[in-house]
Design a protein around this ligand. Structure first.
Ligand code: SF4
Length: 69
């Protein structure tokens, strides 16, 4: 399973991720992104949102990465 991680220190609240993957990300009252549903959008859609983040605040973390190292 792929997990999306939001670095709130880096997020600048542009909202790009909420446009690319609106069922996965939302902006909280502090205008920082958060994952509201990790299964809200297809993995490809989430990857597009991660790529579109202008500040690099989003990253993907795979639960099984230990097996691939
Ligand atoms: S696209 Fe990046 S900077 Fe913009 S709200 Fe989402 S995580 Fe924050």
């Amino acid at each position: 399973m792929i997990r999306t991680v939001v670095d709130r220190e880096i997020c600048m609240g542009s909202g790009q991720c909420t446009i690319y993957a609106p069922n996965t990300f939302e902006l909280d009252p502090e205008m920082k992104a958060r994952v509201m549903d990790p299964y809200g959008d297809p993995p490809e859609t989430v990857r597009c949102a991660v790529s579109a983040c202008p500040s690099g605040a989003l990253s993907l973390d795979s639960d099984d990465r230990q097996e691939h190292q």
